[in-house]
Design a protein around this ligand. Structure first.
Ligand code: GDP
Ligand code: IMO
Ligand code: MG
Length: 430
């Protein structure tokens, strides 16, 4: 299956890192196409646990080339240090990583602008990761951004970056009363990081088109999740990129028709970090129990994640948006031991039943989830090797989820480790 995509179909943190790592053993390339180091993708191998932010999740596979596509926003200082810390832990990533010359760069002033915009919004803040993602994508759209290729020539970098900092410092000082960033220090740091990255920089689009046309296996690694998509998510409480499958073509330089199979990763319940609508959120002991059992703390910021029941309305919408062929369902083990579990299969809006996710959500007033209730099951899933060994309650839950979402669940993850995964479709297990 030469070009295969993996996307999150909730609010991010569905377990994409684990799934990509699992599939990467058969991939020639693993390619990030959107987002930046707002992402935190966890990969567990034995006793080793890695949280990858910019480096793709094929990092642990010796024969896999990892590509940071042009749609990603790259903080060069962060990337240089992420590479170094992987090397320090014995992962020789430097010779298996490529970065698009077209990817846009995050600089310290983007991070400051991110923080200042959040402070300015006060109670209306988005709860961003503070990594400068929004301001960098804004500069890209405004055609004032710098790209990875701009790091390679010192004079060029100096004049472009100094001009950018002059403008941004004026905004920081005059609008936000911030002291601005030190231009010379920022230029020096960018040049230094750029020197580390220089050997990895190339035209990744040309490389990937050639790889696809010669039948090499390419795994497209989504970041964030559909409900954080700039167009289709819960705007304005979203990130600034296209997180659905459609983002891969502009974000890699591969043609849209290259995609042959798409996996949606869904967690067996819901979580969200940051602000914004979350209809099935449980602000009570249930939410707390899910958080504790699922270790739901942000991989990037360490913030406690908001937790709640599975929302089949939004996952159905997300799968339709991306064209998901099959779902890999993660963290089903976390729900083991609950007396009862719930799934939202529709919403109610002032007495009216809604089957579709609403296009505009200015407030949550009047919108309520309609739940179906399921008996729980004992906490034994981590010991199960087949779907047939699952307790009946867990099997019924999975069957109802796939029916409500309208997409088959083909694999079920029952723990953070690579081998903690069960095939749904195998003769004799259903
Ligand atoms: P990503 O951003 O989609 O890659 O997900 P994160 O890595 O941010 O968060 C997922 C968390 O769930 C990580 O801590 C994973 O190690 C963990 N995880 C993944 N799959 C499972 C699973 O099936 N069961 C449990 N208990 N944890 C899982
Ligand atoms: P992965 O790839 C979960 C959320 C932030 C915030 C909103 C905007 O690990 O699934 P941003 O910094 O992007 O401007 O923040 O998006 N967010 C994520 N939430 N997982 C992620 O990535 C996220 N990336 C951004 O918490 O609500
Ligand atoms: Mg994450």
């Amino acid at each position: 299956m030469p070009v295969l995509g993996v996307v999150g179909v909730q609010w991010g943190d569905e377990g994409k890192g684990k799934i990509i790592d699992l599939l990467a053993s058969g991939a020639d390339y693993v390619v990030r196409f959107a987002g930046g180091n707002n992402a935190g993708h966890t990969v567990v191998s034995g006793t080793d646990r890695f949280v990858l932010h910019l480096v793709p999740s094929g990092a642990l596979h010796e024969r896999t080339m990892n590509v940071i596509g042009n749609g990603v926003v790259v903080d060069p200082e962060h990337l240089a240090s992420e590479i170094q810390s992987l090397e320090n832990r014995g992962v020789s990533i430097r010779k298996r990583l490529l970065v698009s010359a077209r990817a846009h760069l995050i600089f310290p002033f983007h991070r400051e602008l991110d923080a200042m915009a959040e402070r300015w919004k006060g109670a209306g803040r988005l709860g961003t990761t503070g990594r400068g993602i929004g301001p960098t994508y804004s500069d890209k759209a405004a055609r004032t951004g710098l790209r990875v290729g701009d790091l390679l020539d010192r004079d060029h970098l100096t004049s472009r970056l100094r001009a950018a900092i002059t403008e941004k410092n004026a905004i920081l000082e005059k609008v936000y009363g911030h002291r601005g960033v030190d231009a010379e220090a920022a230029i020096e740091a960018a040049w230094h990081a750029g020197q580390t990255l220089a050997p990895l920089v190339c035209d990744t689009g040309a490389l990937l088109r050639k790889a696809a046309s010669t039948g090499r296996t390419i795994l497209l690694e989504g970041a964030q999740g559909a409900m954080l998509d700039l167009d289709h998510g819960t705007y304005p409480y979203v990130t600034s990129s296209s997180t659905c499958s459609g983002g891969f073509a502009p974000g890699t330089g591969l043609p849209p028709r290259a995609l042959q199979r798409l996996i949606g990763v869904a967690k067996s319940y819901s979580s969200r970090v940051g602000e914004g609508p979350f209809l099935t959120e449980q602000i009570n002991e249930i939410g707390e129990l899910i958080r504790v059992r699922g270790r739901e703390y942000g991989s990037t910021t360490g913030r406690p994640r908001r937790c709640g029941w599975f929302d089949a309305v939004s996952v159905r919408y997300a799968c339709a948006l991306s064209g998901v062929d099959e779902i890999f369902l993660t963290s089903l083990d976390v729900l083991g031991g609950f007396e009862r579990v719930f799934v939202a299969t529709a919403y109610e809006f002032y007495g009216r039943r809604l089957e579709e996710f609403p296009a505009h959500l200015p407030t949550l007033d009047g919108l309520k989830p309609i739940y179906e209730e399921f008996p729980g099951w004992p906490d034994v899933l981590r010991n199960c090797k087949t779907f047939g060994q699952f307790p009946e309650g867990a099997r019924r839950y999975v069957e109802r989820l796939e029916q409500a979402v309208g997409v088959p669940v083909t694999k079920i993850s029952v723990g953070p480790e690579r081998n903690e995964i069960v095939d749904r479709v195998r003769a004799g297990t259903q």
